[in-house]
Design a protein around this ligand. Structure first.
Ligand code: 2AM
Length: 175
């Protein structure tokens, strides 16, 4: 049976993505690694992994019925996941509304037979992959405010040069 690799994410509008790309540029001299393409930058809310194609269709059909409460968050720090060799940008503490959005999303996904991962939610936007040094710049660029009002369901295909992301559905704003 064929599968589709899926995740739910917040997708920044192009001006915010461009600012995130400058964060990546600023970190590359000290960290090394490969910058994510600007148009692929995102914050994952829930990584589903490979799911059956029929379930993927069901999720794509149901996603537009979901509402996401709008919230203002601020990306104000660099972070590193050493084992994954990732440099990221994210909020210092997990904003409560974002945590609630994550928890409600997984509650909903539970109804489709999908289980939340055991590890805590650490919201982040991956900026650099395959970093050589876990040393983000000491100077953090100006904080980036982000008002999100929807999430997107994304299909990820592995290609030789990285991943290709395709937005297959999006939720509606709450109001
Ligand atoms: P990352 O950027 O921290 O690697 C598509 O791959 C998205 O899903 C990326 O944002 C990636 O996070 C996330 N992702 C990939 N594998 C994951 C996993 N096993 N657990 C949680 N998130 C994962």
């Amino acid at each position: 049976m064929s599968t589709v690799r899926l995740f739910f994410a917040l997708w920044p509008a192009p001006p915010l993505a461009a600012k995130l790309a400058t964060w990546a540029e600023q970190a590359r001299p000290s960290c090394g690694g490969r910058a994510m393409r600007t148009e692929t930058l995102h914050l994952t809310l829930a990584f589903l992994g490979p799911v059956d194609a029929a379930l993927a269709d069901e999720l794509a059909a149901a996603t537009p019925e979901r509402r996401l409460a709008s919230e203002d968050i601020t990306l104000d720090r660099y972070g590193v996941f050493g084992r994954q060799r990732i440099l990221w940008a994210g909020p210092g503490d997990t904003p409560p509304g974002l945590q609630a959005a994550h928890d409600e999303l997984w509650q909903w996904l539970d109804g489709f037979g999908l289980a939340a991962p055991p590890q805590p939610f650490r919201p982040h936007v991956t900026l650099l992959r395959n970093i050589e040094h876990a040393t983000p710049p000491t100077d953090t660029p100006a904080p980036l405010p982000w008002r999100y009002d929807r999430m997107v369901l994304v299909a990820s295909e592995s290609l030789s040069g990285g991943s290709r992301y395709r937005i297959v559905a999006q939720s509606r704003p709450q109001n």
